[in-house]
Design a protein around this ligand. Structure first.
Ligand code: NI
Ligand code: MN
Length: 231
């Protein structure tokens, strides 16, 4: 059984005792992060949903330290490769069989610009994406930053989704109403909400959200930053 650890915002670690994956490792600048980037002990692969600073986060430093392979869109991969990282470029709609399992890049509707991270170094425009990850015989969907879209139905149509990590913070992404609707479209078993409470503008009522999800006959697991969950 894979273990999922939540680091706050959209940062998630998946491990199965053999391979460790990080998704959107935003730690140093993340007010909710329970650990510092230096406390990450292993990162075989880092999956990045888009180039915004709250998702790209500490990817460069972590990938250098742990010799990780970074999975990202072609545009973002090219930028990261120039920084000396080992990358695997993909594009939305494409899937690839990695030694740990299959990864499919899914659509996401969100901004595509690069963020200035303080030193004037900006990633190129890059398409935001989500990930459908088969790992430890389970399917996890990490939506990245996205609006609700009805084609989420296609993501879960042929693949039973055991866990869906969905943004609920509103303002920049789906809010709780739309994320509950997304659970219906995806046909997912369980939701783990992400991308909320990091800043005031994305504060979300997790109680109201889990009530909505349970009303749909689905499971909702609210993780505090630092909490882990075996799925
Ligand atoms: Ni974003
Ligand atoms: Mn974001």
């Amino acid at each position: 059984m894979p273990t999922l650890t939540y680091f706050g915002h959209s940062a998630i670690q998946l491990e199965d005792g053999k391979t460790t994956l990080l998704i959107d490792p935003f730690l140093a600048g993340n007010p909710l992060a329970p650990i510092k980037p230096g406390e990450i002990t292993k990162a075989d692969y880092i999956l990045v949903t888009h180039g915004h600073a709250d998702h790209l986060g500490d990817t460069v430093a972590l990938a250098k330290r742990h010799h990780s392979t970074v999975i990202a869109t072609w545009e973002l991969s090219t930028y990261l490769e120039k920084k000396g990282l080992k990358v695997h470029a993909m594009s939305s709609g494409g899937a690839h069989e990695f030694p740990f399992g299959r990864v499919k890049m899914t659509l996401a509707f969100h901004g595509c610009g690069g963020d200035v991270d303080g030193d004037g170094d900006v990633p190129p425009p890059n398409t935001p994406i989500g990930y459908l990850i088969n790992f430890g015989k389970k399917n996890l969907y990490h939506a990245g930053d996205t609006a609700l879209f009805s084609d989420m139905k296609l993501i879960g149509e042929k693949t039973p989704i055991h866990v869906a990590c969905l943004p609920i913070g509103d303002n920049f992404t789906m809010g709780i109403e739309d994320a509950a609707r997304a659970m219906e479209f995806l046909g997912a078993e369980r939701c783990i909400p992400i991308h909320y409470n990091t800043w005031d503008v994305i504060k979300a009522d997790t109680k109201a959200f889990s009530f909505k999800i349970e009303k749909l006959g689905k499971k909702c697991t609210i993780l505090q930053p630092g909490d882990y969950f075996e799925y």
